[in-house]
Structure formats: structure tokens, C-alpha cells
Design a protein around this ligand. Sequence first.
Ligand code: GLU
Length: 426
Amino acid sequence: MTHIDLSVHEVQENLNPFAISQAQLDEAAEVLGLDPDMHAFLRQPMRELHFTIPVRMDNGRTKTFPAFRVQYNDARGPAKGGLRFHPDETIDTVRALAAWMTWKTAVADIPLGGGKGGVICNPRQMSQGELERVSRGYMRGIAHFVSIHRDVPAPDVNTNPKIMAWMLDEYERIHGRHEPGVITGKPPELGGSAGRGPATALGSIVAIREATHALGLHTHGSTCAIQGYGNVGSAAHKLGSEILGLEVVAISDEFGALYNEKGLDYEQVSAYVRRHGRLEGFPEAEDISNSELLELDVDVLTPAAIENQITRRNAHKIKAKIVAELANGPTTPEANDILVENGTFIIPDFLCNAGGVIVSYFEMVQNSSNFYWNESEVNRQLDQKMTRAFLAVHQMAEEAGVDHRVAAYLVAVNRVAQAVRLRGWV
Ligand code: GLU
């Protein structure tokens, strides 16, 4: 007779990102007393495109990749949001991410809606040629679904400026004219904005600065752990130490984590990563696990990887005073409640990581006026927008007596609902 594991009878935490995004909206709708018809409308994406990309692989065979683009809501402006290449991508993840983009552009108060795209593929197992064919194939699939007036893609997990350049080229070939604003996060030579690369991390630095002010803490010498060492996590390491004087004591990538109580030097770590392709084995640190990193006794914890990293299983072990969510959806609703209960100051994802889309918006503005700003001008305007967004959320949290995630939803949902109402949709 087989052993019966009693834990399977425990009610499982729902980790479906779309169900999570809907549950978060439901909570905000209740606090707001949102009209039920408006609530029902905002619970669903407005439009979705599901398609396939047949790609000739290097071995001569053709592989078919499933792909999606979701336009969640465009009441405030064209849908806006990144594109992920991931082997575990699902339509529900893309829906959730598109919903979060809707709240992100609203909380940042930029005139855009929310969208997201995804391709189920593993870029680590593809050659550059295969990657280019998948990228161009994706753009062929969406070329009549997106435009500067309808929907503007950008980079996200496993996509980058090089991929944006291929996609822009494909779009312009199909439509027969230059249209740089149809995609953001481009290389600067093709109309990308100065400062777009580190923008997400820089925005979070502004948010962490404001949160430490609100808590009466000093940033200089405060300790920080960063989960994830992609574009966003590594830039947070650099800028967190340079600008705020944070002592970054732990970092991780998908293979493992590093810890040094005296702090990890960004230049040394990045030189090591350039040489070895991963953090593992960096001599100046102790190897720890990803879960140990999350549970360290630090001032600031920065999850900068993917969804569902802080769940009800580990939330009660989190000791950080501030959780700055650089990833999208790193904390489940149950974990959020546990952290709030324990007095953790959470800077919720769609506020904390809004810097990327804010500079994407600046990129669109520069593309349409064909006039380009320097990096210090971009950073100055980014700081202003992030500070305003943070203060609006913080003030809402105090006034309404709710946690910062609910407060961010209240600010964002109010703005989107108002646009929907003015258009007469609901
Ligand atoms: N992918 C980024 C995000 O999740 C940026 C999106 C954009 O620039 O449109 O916010």
C-alpha cells in the first residue's frame, strides 16, 4: 500500500498569476465600492491574439512556437508592455502581466494602457539565427495588431534591445515606412532612449529612497539582498550601492546565491559574471541557496526574478524591513497579508518597477517628436514621475488605512475606471 501524504489534503495556495491579479483587483474593488459592472469589465482582458510561429531551425526542421499578445485595457491610451520568451509561458501569465501593466501605467500617470506578450520557447537552447527568426516571426504575427496608436511592445524576461531591433525592422518592412515608436527598449542607434537600460532599476532606487524616508531610516549602510541578476537585478546592485550607498550583501541567479556580510562589490561581481556566465563560484563570497537569500536579516529585500517567490510557505520567515518588488508578481496575496501583518513595508511591483515603462513612454515621446534628450534629462524626469507615484500611493495608504499594495490598486483602478466611464464604455 502506498503511503498517503496528508499535506495534499491541505488547501493549496492558488499560484495562477491571472487568478492572483483578479483577486487583487477584487480586494481593491471592495474597498473602493466599485460599481459591479465596472468591476466585471476590469476583471478581463479586452483583446487577445493567440497564434503560432513556424520557425526553420538550424537542423533543417520546422518547429512551431505558440505565441500570445494580450491588450488588457486601452482606455487611457495605447496598450503598453513587454514581451517574454520563456519555456513555461502560459496565456494566464501573460494576462496577469498585461493587467499589471494596466495598473502600472495608471499609477505612474502616463497616458498608456496595459498589454503583454509571450512566446513559449527556450532562448537558452536557440542559436542567434533561430532567435532572430522567432523574433521576426513574432512581429509578423502581431504586425497588424500593434501600432503606435494601438499597442507598443518592449523587452521583458529574456528579450533585449537586439530583439527589439529585429522586430522594429520586420514591422517597418511590412508597413513600408519608418515607425520607431512602435516598439521601445530599442538600441539608441534605432531611436532607443538614453537611460532605458537601467530605467527599471533606477525607478526602484527612487522608490526605495522614498520608502526609507517614510520609515525614518538611512539608506547609507543599510543592507540589501537581491534575488535575480538579469538586466534589472544587476543594475539594482550597481545603482543601489552607487546612489543610495546600500550594502548589497547577497545576490542570486537561477543557479544559486552568494552571501558576504561585508558586501559584494558590483565591479568585481560583474567582471566575474562576464567571464563565467553565472555567479556560482565567485571567490569573495559564501554560496547560499535562493531560499536562504530571501530569508536573510537585511533592511531591504529586492525580488527581481519572476512570479511567486514569496508565498505562504516562506512569508513568515522574511525578516527584511522593506520588500522592494522589482519583479512582476513575486509575492502571492496570502504572503502579502503575512508580510503586512508582520509590519513589512512592501513597495508593490507595479509601483516599484514602473521606471522601465516610464522611460519607454519617454522613448515614444522622443520618437514622435524626433528629438532626443540626454540621459540626465531622462533620469530627472523619471525621478519626478516615480516620486510622485510613490507619494500618491503612500498618501492613499495612510488616508484609506490600507497596505501599500491595496493603496496602489486604489490609485490605479480609480484612474482607469474614470477613463472607462468618460468614454462611456461602462
Ligand atoms: N517589461 C517592463 C515591465 O514589465 C517594461 C514594459 C515597457 O517598457 O513597456 O514593466
